[in-house]
Design a protein around this ligand. Structure first.
Ligand code: 5AD
Ligand code: FES
Length: 348
């Protein structure tokens, strides 16, 4: 498959053709990563953010959310729950902060999670752009994967989605630094952004490959009405973006083959069975929310985020049933690393 073919598929709206695309992607998935779905329990531990991305509900300028930060004990409590539920890995995500107090807090929490799980829980961080020293410090504390979405690989579009002090090349550089340190690196984009062309999405997939990315987390762009970008959107773009989201998963699976691809919550926000559909189009990772229920309503990057009232064990049971219903199994107690990461290491 080449760029032109990817674009052709992104333009195709014939449902029979798309079924065939999804079937092909599923075959590639079975061959390269198998039938197991891996869980990463995600803890969204703070919505305090120093940045001001024009699309994001927890941007600094949005004063309609109370700001929170979970305590170390609360985060460790959630991680312990994930461990007891046999999730192999957890993800720590929060708004972006780079002050020393925050950096040291995260280091301490990562060490605490390693301790409570006898060093067995895999830890992914999703904490934005940081200095090389910070990434190194967190790696040494025990984190081994890092998610940092490029949001769009088109620098011009990136500029339109962010204030002037959010710089595309700095983000790009972070991805390179993370790789150098030894993290398994994940990135991704938002799909269906205002001003984004189908050609841009095709280039996003080529970007993942060029950057030698191990993990992909991408999802449809969803309007948040308290944001400048959300306010600029006319009409309902959700069903168009949902379908584009599935196509991007399928095309990325076919083009990159052996990476981990998440069926993200944004898919579920647009359709209750969205994540299961993502798995059937080539995704193999799900990130169940294990954040304390009392904080979830303050962490809405976009509107209609699902599972606001559920607790962690409800989410687990609900998901397990849904995954069995599509004939897949869950890799409990396993890290479920991206096969791509290891092939790469051996080649080097
Ligand atoms: N719609 C969809 N995804 C969003 N994100 C932030 N705001 C939105 C939105 N309105 C995604 C970004 C970010 C990730 C944590 O959440 O891609 O990297
Ligand atoms: Fe928080 Fe963009 S608004 S990282």
């Amino acid at each position: 498959m080449d760029r032109n073919e990817i674009i052709k598929w992104l333009k195709d709206n014939d449902q029979n053709n798309l079924k065939e695309l999804y079937r092909q992607a599923y075959e590639v998935k079975l061959k390269h990563v198998g039938l197991n779905v891996y869980f990463r329990g995600i803890i969204e531990f703070s919505n305090i953010c120093q940045k001001d991305c024009l699309y994001c509900g927890i941007r600094r300028s949005n004063d309609s959310y109370e700001r929170f930060q979970m305590t170390k004990e609360e985060i460790l409590g959630s991680a312990k729950q994930a461990y007891e539920m046999k999730y192999g890995s957890i993800v720590l995500q929060s708004g972006e902060r780079s002050d020393v107090q925050f950096v040291d807090f995260v280091t301490d929490v990562v060490k605490g999670i390693k301790n409570l799980s006898d060093n067995t829980l895999g830890i992914t961080l999703s904490l934005g752009e940081q200095s090389k020293e910070t990434y190194q410090q967190w790696f040494e504390a025990g984190a081994h994967r890092y998610l940092l979405r490029i949001e769009t690989s088109n620098p011009e579009l990136y500029k339109k989605l962010h204030p002037a002090d959010h710089v595309f090349n700095e983000r790009l550089n972070c991805l390179t630094v993370l790789k150098e340190i030894g993290y398994q690196v994940g990135t991704g984009v938002m799909i269906g952004l205002p001003g984004q062309m189908l050609e841009d999405l095709a280039d996003d997939i080529l970007f993942f490959k060029d950057m030698n990315i191990d993990m992909i987390g991408m999802g449809p762009y969803i309007v948040h009405n308290d944001t400048p970008l959300g306010k600029s959107v006319d009409g309902d773009i959700s069903s168009k973006n949902f379908e584009l989201g599935l196509k991007m998963i399928a095309l990325t699976r076919i083009y990159l083959e052996d990476v981990n691809i998440a069926a993200t919550t944004a898919l579920q926000a647009l359709k209750p069975i969205g994540r299961e559909m993502g798995l059937q189009c080539g995704a193999n990772i799900i990130m169940p929310n294990i954040t304390h229920t009392k904080y979830r309503k303050f962490y809405q990057l976009y509107e209609d985020k699902p599972c606001l009232d559920e607790n962690a064990s409800l989410c687990r049971d609900c998901l397990s049933g849904r995954i069995a219903s599509i004939g897949e199994s869950i890799g409990f107690n396993e890290w479920g690393d991206s096969p791509h990461y290891f092939k790469n290491r051996i080649l080097k």
